[in-house]
Design a protein around this ligand. Structure first.
Ligand SMILES: [Ca+2]
Length: 374
């Protein structure tokens, strides 16, 4: 459904400018880096980011953006000025790991910044979460809140997204490429955690008191959740990468097993069945699954009126199938699916709704604002 100006016509319009020389963006219109699909346009705000992974708003005019290599950037939207934030804990870029998500909590004492990132020790690598107080362009009083156990020596499936609802911090961690970990409650891998914002474990978490389980675990049986958002009804949702086929949108319920790798709608990359099938008693079904995989990353619920017809939607980024994915929310659950900018060749990594109700995306090496001025 994309109506991008083709590379051929761009080459005619901008012969010699190299507009289609394999860059990560497809340029259209005014050749300013905008990407157009029908009446929708991605307006570029930054185009030279290095592997941007997560973002959040400090306020209407200021954003924080993580780069997977380990830097946290502060962006002033009005001026476009980028400043690297000092005092960020050291993240190890390793395969799919690095500096991952950022979340800003607005407290009475000023903004508090939560970060998820890959931490290394002698045993390997894992996902860690820390927070610090943002003072100008520096993090102060940084404290580690959570370290997923065990450390493990692979490059895969670190997660990780962060979400705060009331006093609770939710954290996603992938299976680290060892799929059996996702069914093993003695490991954090392949689970979504729920802790207090200061790192303490809530006494009413579903596995508290069990000798064979980590008390931070809220749900398990996940492969690699890289999107998480609060549904308008207050529930926590994640999207997660399937293997070959079988990406999922899941609505989380405390203590629930989401099935990986026993049930899945995907198969082995080389072909062939994984696990026991697509359904089993005691394991939750996804709200939606994608075959083939789109490679979901980033997630937001949209309820505003900026984009006609979009009110009550769930948005996901798509990395492999390079598009912005929208699924309608209806009274009966999820409705029709729509795909935007699917000719863009942009890997959509993260999505946020700004305080004033506009959609921002990190895609490719850019930060874009979604507008209706296509
Ligand atoms: Ca599942």
């Amino acid at each position: 459904m994309s109506r991008l100006i083709s590379c051929v016509s761009l080459l005619i319009l901008f012969a010699g400018l190299g507009a289609c020389s394999g860059a990560d963006t497809v340029e259209a219109g005014a050749n300013d880096g905008s990407v157009v699909d029908g009446d929708l346009r991605l307006e570029p705000l930054q185009l030279d980011l290095e592997s941007p992974w997560g973002m959040d708003f400090v306020d209407e005019q200021h954003l924080l953006i993580t780069q997977q290599g380990g830097s946290l950037l502060h962006l002033a939207l009005a001026s476009g000025e980028l400043t690297e934030v000092a005092g960020v804990p050291e993240a190890t870029e390793h395969g799919q790991g690095g500096l991952l998500d950022v979340l800003v909590e607005h407290s009475e004492g000023g903004p508090v910044v939560y970060l998820s990132y890959t931490h290394a020790d002698d045993e390997g690598y894992t996902t860690r979460v820390a927070r610090g107080r943002l003072n100008g362009a520096a993090l102060e009083d940084v404290e580690v809140l959570f370290t997923a156990m065990p450390y493990y020596d692979t490059k895969y499936h670190f997660g990780s997204r962060l979400l705060i609802i009331d006093d609770y911090l939710f954290i996603t961690v992938g299976d680290r490429g060892n799929r059996d970990f996702a069914q093993d409650l003695s490991r954090h891998n392949g689970s979504v955690m729920r802790i207090y914002k200061d790192g303490r474990v809530p006494g009413d978490n579903p596995f508290v008191g069990r000798d064979d389980a980590r008390p931070e675990i809220w749900t398990y049986g996940h492969r690699n959740p890289q999107g998480m958002a609060r549904h308008p009804d207050g529930s926590v949702w994640v999207n997660e990468h399937g293997p070959r086929g079988g990406d999922e949108l899941n609505r989380l319920v405390a203590g629930t097993n989401y099935g990986w790798p026993i049930i899945t709608y995907g198969e082995e990359y080389r072909g062939g069945k994984i696990g026991e099938g697509t359904a089993k008693p005691g394991m939750a079904q996804p709200e939606k699954y994608y075959v083939p995989s789109i490679a979901t990353s980033g997630m937001a619920f949209y309820r505003g009126d900026v984009y006609p017809g979009w009110s009550d939607s769930v948005l996901s980024g798509a990395l492999a199938l390079t598009h912005l994915n929208r699924v309608e929310l209806t009274d009966k659950g999820l409705g029709k699916e729509h795909r935007y900018f699917d000719d863009s060749q942009l890997r959509f990594r993260d999505i946020h709704v700004s305080p004033d109700g506009q959609v921002y995306v990190l895609a490719g090496s850019g930060l874009y604002r979604l507008t209706t001025e296509g």
